[in-house]
Design a protein around this ligand. Structure first.
Ligand code: HEM
Length: 956
């Protein structure tokens, strides 16, 4: 049954008349879809949307093609009009995309589907491990679980240094110095839940607790699903790595397992599958981000106990058998590799509780901790606890700045901005970090990390210098900053202390990073029009050009839905309506009167006040579940295939079209990174990584050097480690459900056989399709098959289309030999997804995890919502983040993909920190698109040189 919603969501501009470019059938389908009304949000987990629409809806939004593909397991929106490149647009469509035309219906329909997914993800996929789940399920004091905003377990405990400051054993509220800036350990972001998101809080989950740790066989469903086929080393992780992850080499002697050739000769070559629309800067960017968001290790260490990492058995002819030394050598794996066991917080089985006759575990079977702050607070740069902060070096001549030192005599206008100093003997470090740059998070260092830490240290210092110049020019002017101890005293520029300016700089750098990630990195990772609009909606709002309407919606969202005790408004409608004004800055203005009129009379009608905790904290929403990343989030960020083995090194002041050397990434790992960055120069690395394509996220595409990474600290006989194999072990240690159950838990359709991975949109006989079929054959060989038993129910997360329960046979006849698709490690599964929406560098399974968590880390953070204010950021800081820098908004030339946009935030950062790159960056629209690529027409992903780059060998 379809219910009608009285509210029109923002993405719903699906008015259905006057479709000039539609065929007759499409129009009839639109009418039929409209008559049916909108789909209700699922009441039960088993009734979820799954990204699948009815035939009339598919036809209205994408014509016959969309209907034909709707039987596939993948989400339907990617088949709608205008969601791909120019070829996906309806015939006869003009340049503009009107909401009423086919293309407009396609894009709006896609946004609409994505919003449904987000609503259902918020509703069904939040599981907190810190002890709040009981309240979430039962509600508390008449308030629905999803509307609860304060939790006992997030109070600072007695003995915490700030216990008394927040109210001790009375009601706790962060105040004074604790609310002014991002704190070192991340406490007091949410001023009523001081511990939330701080270092060492438990990782959350996005899957039902019962679905975690399938290897332990704790439930009948898990035992039915996997039989006795799973354990930490089964299927063998190193065998999986060698068979399913290794990059095949056409000329192994020129690659030498990622070591390249002597002298870093440009004749070296390591083959890898490349994504044509995403560059190596983007690969290291995301590693730089993960170092801000989560880590399972403490100071680069796991437990001291060592474990084996496989290379002991393989499945041959569907039978698991031991691997002989000769077979191990043939595969290239090493039985003597070892790793350190993962840290665990709680190992005892969880307590349970009952609600309405059903028993629930109060947490997952095991828990782990996020050793760094979960906030997007640039903690990888500035630190996340006392130890890491001791590594962060400030400039003694101006302690508001990070210490940057000039290096060498190289040309380049950015060079005088300097480089980060090295860690010194007195710094608290793990031995393997010695010789690296001094920074908060130094683990897994390479030239990529070195690059970003230097760039954003320069950005920090440029903010400080600009502020200082302003202070010299207008010392008595109000800086915007306020101290809660004297809220009425406007702090003049000259009064701002070095510490205050340092912390304001951190706020600005964090917000710039979040903006770059949301509006620039992600829109290139997911290079199509719906995601361009969706990501910009997260930041600026869908209706950014209609300020009054946005302000009115903001008031509804924050004041009405945000304060509701009813889950429907506090969670579901909150997220939908927030897309109007955008999440960023939500609640940062509070109008005494109706916003429609207040906007005409700004700023004096904005009554936001630092003394009002409801204003300071008023824009956040955790949807009833305290914010931290889920374990599943780490899984989908295991993106090691992005990294090439060799970097094609170029120089900006000689001909940038010439590749001068091929530098093995392994030659830039740990301490070697610092020398590489400083000796060769930041701008040359920017150019080199900016022009080179990164590795596609697919099977048989992991870097060879990571399969053979030297790990001195493990003192293994081999001296090296297969990191891709370790990726699998870590997920197994942390109880991530295997791929098919993972998808079902996230509200995606399951697969029923390995062949479902093959992209059915490709023509039969196409070489690409044949290659996919070959890899699917390897999957079957590795994971095997079994005779199925239709009496075994395997999941509670979904049912079949006819309402029947899903069994071990996955719809195949009882007793047939079925693929062990249930056993596939989740990383292997999403790498095997060959069917992806246009321009997606990631798979739809990974994307589903991002839809939920990428918006949550904005929704939950007051510095990105109600505390995005000059009282914290300074006036200069607010302008810097809003305009992408200090010189006001600068518009990009033309209208790429039909949009008139400002020069992108990362391009502006690059231009500031390395002005010598100006000629190279001039034609670049998105700094994560390979710099010499011609972006062509509407979302083209073709690999063609832009004018002037024809001689670049990368295009040969
Ligand atoms: C030179 C490049 C890189 C090196 C040397 C490297 C090395 C490693 C190693 C050794 C681990 C295992 C840590 C452990 O569990 O004991 C790891 C984990 C991980 N790596 Fe990488 N990596 C690199 C690049 C990347 C990139 C580009 C990404 C992209 C996001 C990435 C994402 C991750 C993630 C998500 C983990 C899991 C972290 C955790 O469990 O908290 N790595 N890496």
């Amino acid at each position: 049954m379809r219910a009608r919603f009285p509210l029109v969501t923002l993405a719903v501009t699906l008015a259905l008349a006057g479709c000039a470019t539609s065929g007759h059938d499409d129009l009839a389908a639109c009418a039929s879809m409209a008559a049916g009304g909108l789909r209700p949000v699922a009441a039960e987990r088993t009734e979820r949307f799954l990204g699948k629409v009815q035939d009339d809806t598919a036809r209205c939004r994408g014509g016959d093609k969309a209907v034909a593909r709707s039987s596939l397991p993948w989400m339907d929106w990617a088949n709608y009009w205008a969601t791909g490149d120019a070829g996906s647009r309806a015939k006869g469509a003009g340049d503009t995309i009107g909401h009423l035309r086919s293309d407009g219906r396609g894009i709006d329909g896609a946004l609409f589907d994505l919003e449904y997914q987000r609503i259902e993800l918020i509703k069904f996929n939040l599981f907190d491990n810190s002890g709040t789940y009981l309240d979430y399920v039962r509600g508390r004091g008449g308030v629905d679980g999803a509307a609860i905003k304060v939790w006992e377990v997030l109070r600072l405990p007695p003995g915490h240094a700030d216990y008394a400051k927040v109210g001790g054993d009375g009601p706790q509220l962060c105040q004074g110095d604790l609310i002014r800036f991002r704190t070192l350990t991340g406490i007091c972001n949410d001023i009523r839940n001081p511990l939330m998101g701080s270092s060492n809080q438990p990782f959350a989950r996005n899957v039902q607790f019962e679905a975690t740790y399938p290897d332990l066989g704790k439930t009948e469903l898990a035992r039915n699903r996997h039989g006795d086929r799973l354990s930490l080393l089964q299927p063998d992780p190193q065998v999986i790595s060698r068979k399913l992850f290794t990059r095949t080499q056409s000329d192994p002697d020129r690659c030498r397992a990622g070591q390249g050739l002597p002298g870093q000769s440009p004749e070296a070559s390591c083959d890898y599958k490349k994504a044509p629309f995403f560059n190596v800067l983007a690969a290291f960017w995301i590693q730089f981000m993960t170092h801000d968001w989560f880590s399972h290790l403490q100071e680069g260490r796991n437990q001291t106990e060592l474990i084996a990492v496989g290379c002991v058995s393989e499945r041959v002819g569907n039978v698991e058998r031991p691997l002989s030394a000769a077979e191990a050598a043939r595969l290239g794996c090493r039985p003597d590799d070892c790793a350190d066991r993962s840290l665990v917080a709680e190992t005892a089985d969880p307590p349970t509780f009952t609600h309405q006759g059903k028993t629930y575990p109060a947490r997952a079977y095991r828990t782990t901790r996020n050793s760094i702050t979960a906030w997007w607070d640039a903690s990888q740069i500035y630190g996340y606890d006392d130890i890491s902060r001791r590594r962060v070096k400030r400039d003694p001549s101006d302690p508001a700045k990070l210490l940057l030192l000039p290096v060498g005599q190289r040309a380049g206008a950015g060079e005088r901005q300097g480089y980060l100093p090295r860690l010194d003997a007195a710094d608290p470090i793990a031995p393997e970090w010695s010789g690296q740059e001094a920074t908060g998070f130094p683990d897994n260092w390479s030239v990529g990390m070195s690059f970003y830490h230097n760039v954003f240290a320069r950005e920090h210092n440029l903010f400080v210098e600009t502020f200082r110049r302003q202070a010299t020019a207008t010392p008595e002017t109000d800086s915007g900053l306020r101290n809660p101890a004297r809220p009425d005293h406007g702090i003049a520029y000259r009064e701002v202390t070095a510490d205050e300016l340092f912390e304001a700089g951190r706020l600005v750098v964090s917000a710039m990073i979040a903006k770059i990630h949301t509006t620039e990195w992600t829109t290139q990772l997911l290079y199509d029009e719906p995601l361009y609009r969706g990501m910009n909606a997260n930041w600026h709002g869908l209706i950014q050009k209609h300020e009054l309407a946005a302000a009115a919606l903001e008031k509804i969202v924050v004041r009405s839905f945000g304060r509701s005790e009813d889950a429907k408004y506090a969670a579901k409608w909150y997220s939908v309506f927030a897309a109007g004004p955008g999440i960023f800055g939500l609640g940062s203005r509070v109008y005494a009167s109706d916003p429609l009129f207040a906007r005409l009379d700004l700023p004096d009608r904005d009554t936001w006040s630092l003394t009002n905790p409801d204003h300071v904290n008023g824009g956040i929403n955790h949807f009833g579940s305290p914010f931290n990343f889920p374990e599943e989030f780490t899984t989908v960020y295991r993106l090691h295939p992005l990294v090439p083995d060799l970097i094609e090194f170029r120089e900006f002041d000689r001909d940038p079209n010439v590749v001068r050397q091929k530098v093995p990434v392994i030659d830039t790992v740990r301490g070697k990174a610092t020398a590489a960055t400083q000796e060769r120069g930041l701008a040359n690395w920017a150019l080199s990584m900016g022009r080179q394509r990164l590795g596609a996220l697919t099977l048989q595409n992991h870097p060879q050097f990571l399969q053979n990474l030297p790990m001195p600290r493990l003192a293994a006989a081999t001296g090296v480690l297969d990191v891709p194999a370790l990726d699998l072990i870590r997920d197994r240690e942390r109880g991530v459900p295997r791929f098919n159950e993972f998808r079902r838990q996230y509200g995606l359709r399951q697969l029923t056989r390995f062949d479902d991975f093959v992209d059915q949109r490709l023509a039969q006989g196409a070489p690409e399709r044949a290659e996919q079929a070959r890899i699917v054959g390897v999957l079957r060989e590795v994971y095997g098959q079994h005779r199925c038993d239709a009496s075994k129910i395997i999941t509670a997360a979904q049912v079949n289309a006819d309402g029947s329960l899903i069994t071990d046979c996955l719809g195949h006849p009882n007793g047939t030999l079925v693929d062990n698709v249930e056993d596939v490690d989740t990383v292997v599964g999403w790498l095997a997804e060959f069917n992806r929406p246009h321009g997606f560098a990631i798979s739809e399974t990974q994307f589903q995890v991002f839809i939920l968590n990428a918006s949550r880390r904005l929704f939950s953070d007051r510095f990105f919502t109600s505390s995005f204010r000059p009282e914290f950021y300074t006036h200069l800081g607010i302008r810097w983040v809003t305009d992408n820098g200090p010189d006001g908004t600068v518009m990009e030339k033309g209208a790429p993909n039909g949009h008139r946009d400002p020069v992108s935030p990362f391009k502006r950062v690059l231009l500031r920190t390395m002005p010598e790159l100006a000629p190279e960056l001039e034609p670049v629209i998105n700094a994560f698109d390979p710099w010499a690529r011609d972006r062509g027409e509407y979302y083209s992903i073709q690999w063609k040189p832009r004018p002037g780059a024809e001689a670049d060998p990368a295009f040969r």
